[in-house]
Design a protein around this ligand. Structure first.
Ligand code: ZN
Length: 367
């Protein structure tokens, strides 16, 4: 295994317009350059990884070396090649830290082709109709003959070192050195997803935070009252006693949602000693919480409910209740689960004198 991976991370990124160079901004939960480092490590192809950067960074891996970069990309590359010149590497991979999305498979593929070649470079074709300005003339290029080259690129160390050593031209990749000197390059198909991050809009910097909430409720069953569960009327011999309509499903969902939002509980929001909430229907209590979620960029991921009662049979009403919840909460039916749980005819619930419910909810926030 005498391969070395050089990661060029010294660029200032003028188009990026940020004090923190783009290689170090948070990208999918880690500094952008770390995506390349992690893949190089995971591939097990490299004896040493050299990071070329002008920023002070610390690495705790023994086989990762950090060196200072040059003013231009090609100078950083020269410095890295010089740094490893006596380390007896046969092959060297060079990669721009601004491309975090290449695959380990691409590294392996490059290595495979290096067996018979001295330079292997990935490319993609363009979807755009391409023109070339040559002095005063603009000519159409055949799309399929236009190669957009990417990194990582890999080379026989000796060959690249000899070409790079005396170069004074501002080349933007190592393949150019080979072309300028009429040396052969093996071009292999690259990856469309291996884009170069150049502008802030190329980054999806959103960080997802997940919160959970749990809710529980129980109400006594009494005669001459309608039974409401999950916002709908269910035919039954009794209804649930309470300040409101006693809908244990909606009440436990409200508490679960308030829990996930860290906003206390249903009793604080709707005090039972206030007359304006007397006989309030539970969907009305739920509504402001759902709009609060939306307003603050939260998305409900899933909702799981245990309805604890001897009767009514949950299986008989499950679909109707889930449909109702999906409408009331403005969420997909597929993320709601409703389980029925009996209690072996034990206690108040077992004697059909009460119904209880538990709910757990998970919500995401994009920041
Ligand atoms: Zn309640």
């Amino acid at each position: 295994m005498s391969n070395c991976f050089i990661l060029l991370a010294a660029g200032k990124g003028k188009r990026f317009k940020s004090k923190n160079p783009k290689q170090f901004v948070n990208y999918k939960n880690k500094p952008l350059f770390m995506h390349s480092v992690d893949k190089a490590l995971k591939s097990n192809l490299f004896k040493e990884i050299v990071i070329v950067t002008n920023k002070k960074i610390k690495m705790s891996y023994k086989n990762i070396k950090i060196i200072k970069g040059g003013k231009e990309r090609y100078k950083s590359s020269q410095k890295a090649l010089d740094f490893i010149k006596n380390k007896k590497f046969v092959n060297v991979f060079i990669h721009d830290a601004a491309r975090p999305n290449f695959s380990i498979n691409l590294l392996k593929n490059l290595k495979k082709h290096l067996g018979k070649n001295k330079a292997v470079v990935p490319y993609i074709n363009t979807e755009n109709t391409t023109k070339y300005v040559n002095k005063n003339k603009i000519i159409n290029l055949k799309r399929e003959k236009v190669l957009l080259t990417q990194t990582p690129q890999c080379f026989r160390f000796k060959d690249l070192y000899n070409l790079s050593k005396y170069n004074k031209q501002l080349v933007t990749d190592e393949a150019t050195l080979f072309l300028n000197n009429n040396k052969k390059i093996k071009f292999i198909k690259g990856e469309e997803t291996n884009i170069k991050i150049t502008k802030k809009t190329d980054l999806d910097t959103s960080i997802i935070k997940t919160f959970y909430g749990i809710g529980f409720d129980i109400h006594r069953l009494i005669k001459n009252k309608k039974l409401y569960l999950g916002g709908i009327k269910i035919p039954f011999h009794s209804g649930l006693k309470g300040h409101s309509d006693g809908d244990v499903i909606l009440h436990s969902i409200i508490d679960a949602l308030l829990g996930s939002l860290r906003k206390k509980d249903i009793g604080t929001l709707y005090p039972s000693n206030k007359n304006n909430f007397k006989n309030i229907r539970s969907p009305k209590m739920l509504r402001p919480i759902i709009s609060d979620l939306k307003k603050n960029n939260y998305i409900i991921n899933n909702l799981d409910i245990n309805l604890i009662c001897e009767r009514p049979k949950v299986s008989k009403h499950r679909n109707k209740i889930i449909n109702s919840l999906s409408k009331l909460m403005n969420i997909d039916k597929n993320i709601i689960n409703l389980k029925g749980k009996t209690v072996e005819k034990l206690g108040l619930i077992g004697k059909e004198n009460a119904i209880a419910c538990e709910a757990i909810v998970s919500i995401n926030k994009y920041e």
